[in-house]
Design a protein around this ligand. Structure first.
Ligand code: FES
Length: 200
């Protein structure tokens, strides 16, 4: 008998964590250049608050090898001085940390209400249709990964796509998708229209 008469005894489906830990991957350590960046970043925090540098350290890992592996997690935990589980918690919480290889361009389509009402779902569908993939997959050429994300902070200009965690493309309509993909292939990040944050 469970604690509730209508609820079956045992572990119900909703109680199972879907969290998948990343593969261990090859041995990892920062290159001299990345280590120098990390060493500068930790100076911004008090010595007893070293773990405050965790997010930037993980971005440095991603910058170096594209995604975050188990060995990279262990390495960062050692550098920061926290447990591996602490780092895993952060990596699995934030969608901008990738635990599998991704394409050259990661297209994160906002699916929150403002963008959803403006047709973000159809933008995702069109991206996936053109690339012959499903959300969270990478196309056969390794150029594009499509993900769905929550509010990207440009709700007045939806549907919004965040590219590689740093660049914004806004007011995207489903019929604009071929032009966006072609533009990224031919002109790279210069093809993006976003007025928010970094634009090269
Ligand atoms: S709802 Fe899409 S950016 Fe806020």
């Amino acid at each position: 008998m469970s604690f509730h008469p209508q609820m079956p005894y045992g572990t119900p489906a909703w109680h199972k964590s879907e969290r998948k830990l990343p593969d261990e991957g090859p041995a990892f350590e920062f290159t001299a250049e990345q280590k120098a960046k990390f060493d500068e970043i930790v100076t911004r925090y008090p010595a007893d608050r070293r773990r405050s540098a965790l997010l930037p350290a993980l971005y440095l890992v991603q910058e170096q090898q594209g995604h975050i592996t188990g060995n990279a997690i262990a390495y960062v935990a050692g550098l920061i001085g926290c447990s591996r589980a602490d780092v895993e918690d952060v990596v699995s919480y934030y969608v901008m940390f990738f635990t599998q290889p991704v394409g050259k361009y990661v297209l994160g389509v906002c699916r929150t209400l403002g963008c959803a009402l403006n047709g973000a779902g159809r933008v995702t569908e069109e991206l996936c249709r053109h690339l012959h993939i499903a959300p969270n997959e990478t196309d056969a050429t390794g150029t594009f990964t499509v993900m769905e994300m929550e509010c990207l902070g440009a709700c007045d200009r939806g549907p919004v796509i965040m590219v590689n965690n740093e660049h914004w493309h806004e007011c995207q309509r489903p019929e604009d998708v071929p032009q966006l993909l072609e533009g990224l292939r031919e002109r790279g990040l210069a093809a993006l229209s976003g007025c928010h944050l970094k634009k090269e």
